[in-house]
Write a protein that binds this ligand. Sequence first.
Ligand SMILES: [Fe+2]
Ligand SMILES: [Fe+2]
Length: 295
Amino acid sequence: MQPTRLTPKLSPTLTIEDIVSRTADLPTLPAAALAVMRESESATGSAQSVGKYLAQDGALAARVLRLANSSYYGLSRSVLDVSEAVVVLGMRNVRNLAMVASTYPWMNKPLKGYALAPNEMWRHSFGVAVAASLTAEKSRKVSADEAFVAGLLHDLGKTAISVWLENKLPAMLRIAEKEGLPFDAVERKVLGYDHMEVGAHMAESWNLPQTLVDVMRYHHRPSELTPTNAMVDCVHIGDYLAGSMGFGLGGDGLGYQFDENALSRVGLGVDDLDSLADAFMVSYDQHERLFEETK
Ligand SMILES: [Fe+2]
Ligand SMILES: [Fe+2]
């Protein structure tokens, strides 16, 4: 269904479907980026097929090429087309570049419903992508590349409901403070659902892999997913790490509980958080060069 342009008015009967279908400028992932994502995960995916899908979207291919040629990768010569980029950088690296290039344009916008200034949602999402992928790497339970994408997209639902919360933010913050509730609980109180549920709904409507749907739905409460999933655990830990270092948090702050069981499930302990935090700062600085060139 095409989103229609309406002035958002908060109503207690607004369903998730309403939110998704009635929000103007709802974020989208280009069809080519979704195809690249599916192809890079499929058993039959190859450098050739990934390059072919990416080349179908000229604008996206051009952004990916610009990133591939950025100083971050330090290639000795310029990569001229996307098939070459896939060969030189690898299928999963190019998939991640396609995701960065596709999400930056809308994650960079301000999210007034969460008091996030321009760029803050992006910094948070990119920070969680980096932190989740480092956690995955250390735990060796799931692919670090996939954790990067999962981290990048985890708060997707915020981009859809932000506009509906704008006028309510001061009241919501008051409720959070007065009742001692985390911000996601206030979302549920005001809307009947939260950004996790909305994100999961969007991920399902885009046919994203089930693990990503689970990441959207359970990243605040990883122990509630049965059976639990190491990818959800890594994103939960990444969200905590990036958040605790002040990466792009606005209205909802650190307002939800860190679940230490997620750490033990991926074979890590509280002591590992310090070394992960150190690694995060180094890795984020390195990535920032790439990040600067996505602008
Ligand atoms: Fe979240
Ligand atoms: Fe988050």
